[in-house]
Unconditional design. Structure first.
Length: 355
């Protein structure tokens, strides 16, 4: 069946993998990528597919409801995969309002446009897939059961609060207006094209440059790491076969303390650089902890496994090695995303959006 899918945030880290996956796997679909190109969005992430006949890029804000309405009309959109967001916890601590505007109000604008466009269509012909995070569930203590879909929401950071709020709006549009929706809540992703403000690409970059590796607090916080391509495949399964109104957790059963992830990365990166493995451990620097730092995230993905047969394909060590190799062979990409041009663009956009 031909589908017309609006993917938001497709120029970002996860979005670019999802766009590539859909453009290649479903040549009969039309894929429209709506992205504002903030500091985190980069069209270089999609160079290899930008000429494909079934792909269109539109630069714009998900919060611009008139633009979103016109895209639904013009492209006869019958599916949304919504990834656009402000995604970095540390930035949310500095500017919570930006996170509420983009993540909460931006999602509301998309929901309303979808509701208007799909009002007279049978619900089984349309789908709004909201991509969310495990951080909405809050923090686990050591030994506590992993998050499942019925775990109570308990967000602690402005980022997770804005994502939790967007999840609630998605459910409200389902329950109140009958909008056909699914939600996925995924654990921490890693892989190519991740912006180097996040732990793994930041450490790879700094190991290469012999710069310090900032570990917040003691490094004992635990995250459940999943390769981004495994996430893209899970989104494909849930978008096509997930049950209406349901949410699905996605995760790798792959819990690591930050300090152990960094040591593993050091070993792999040293090996790839021809240095004595472990020699970069001298770069580890413990710094002041993040405010409200969640101790532990862990995902129970049994529902997704049982209903849709999904399981991750990448082991952590192989996935990390491939990721390190990707960054080592894409130095220009790293240069470009961290150059003054990106930072300047971001600060202009940021100032404009505050006024
Ligand atoms: P990212 O920061 O790399 O990319 C976000 C993209 O959204 C960028 O391309 C940016 O330009 C775009 N964007 C931001 N504001 C916009 C706006 N107002 N209008 C249109 N586009 C806008 O983020 P990511 O890590 O790829 O995360 C994508 C989604 O997945 C987010 O919703 C995030 O909450 C969720 N998620 C991320 C992770 C993770 O580990 N990174 C884990 C679980 C869920
Ligand atoms: P991050 O990649 O920012 O993802 P999230 O906050 O969404 O989990 O951080 C992953 C973990 O690494 C988190 O516990 C915070 C920690 N961290 C550091 O110790 N140092 C850093 O420089 C960064 C960016 C994160």
């Amino acid at each position: 069946m031909k589908r017309h899918i609006l993917i938001t945030g497709g120029a970002g880290f996860i979005g670019s993998h999802v766009v590539r996956h859909f453009v290649h796997k479903y040549p009969e679909y039309e894929v429209v990528n709506l992205d504002l190109l903030t500091y985190a969005g980069n069209l270089a992430n999609l160079r290899d597919i930008e000429q494909e006949a079934n792909y269109h890029f539109v630069r714009g804000d998900i919060g611009d409801i008139d633009l979103v309405r016109s895209l639904f009309r013009e492209h006869r959109i019958d599916g949304v995969i919504h990834l656009a967001a402000e995604s970095h916890v540390d930035r949310s601590i500095r500017d919570p309002f930006l996170f509420a505007r983009t993540n909460t109000l931006g999602t509301l604008s998309l929901l309303q446009a979808a509701r208007e466009a799909w009002e007279s269509l049978p619900t089984n012909t349309c789908r709004f897939h909201h991509v969310s995070t495990d951080e909405v569930y809050g923090a686990l203590q050591p030994g506590e059961e992993a998050f499942c879909e019925t775990t109570r929401y308990n967000p602690h950071s402005p980022y997770s609060a804005s994502k939790a709020s967007s999840d609630h709006f998605v459910r409200a549009y389902h329950d109140t207006y009958g909008l056909p929706v699914v939600i996925t809540n995924c654990s921490n992703n890693y892989g190519p094209y991740q912006f180097p403000e996040k732990l793994i690409p930041l450490c790879i970059r700094n190991i290469c440059a012999n710069k310090s590796l900032p570990i917040y607090g003691k490094g004992e916080n635990v995250r459940d790491w999943l390769h981004v391509q495994d996430h893209a495949e899970a989104i494909d399964e849930v978008f096509h076969r997930g049950r209406d109104g349901e949410s699905y957790n996605i995760g790798g059963i792959n819990e690591w303390r930050n300090i152990d992830v960094v040591k593993l990365l050091i070993r792999i990166t040293d090996e790839e650089l021809g240095r004595a493995p472990g020699s970069s451990e001298k770069l580890i620097t413990h710094v002041t902890d993040r405010a409200g730092h969640d101790l532990r995230y862990a995902i129970n993905a049994d529902k997704l496994r049982a209903e849709l047969g999904w399981s991750p394909k990448h082991t952590f060590e192989d996935g990390l090695r491939d990721t390190v190799r990707w960054y080592l062979t894409h130095k220009q990409w790293m240069e470009d995303v961290t150059s003054g041009a990106y930072e300047r663009y971001y600060s202009e956009m940021y100032e404009n959006r505050r006024s």
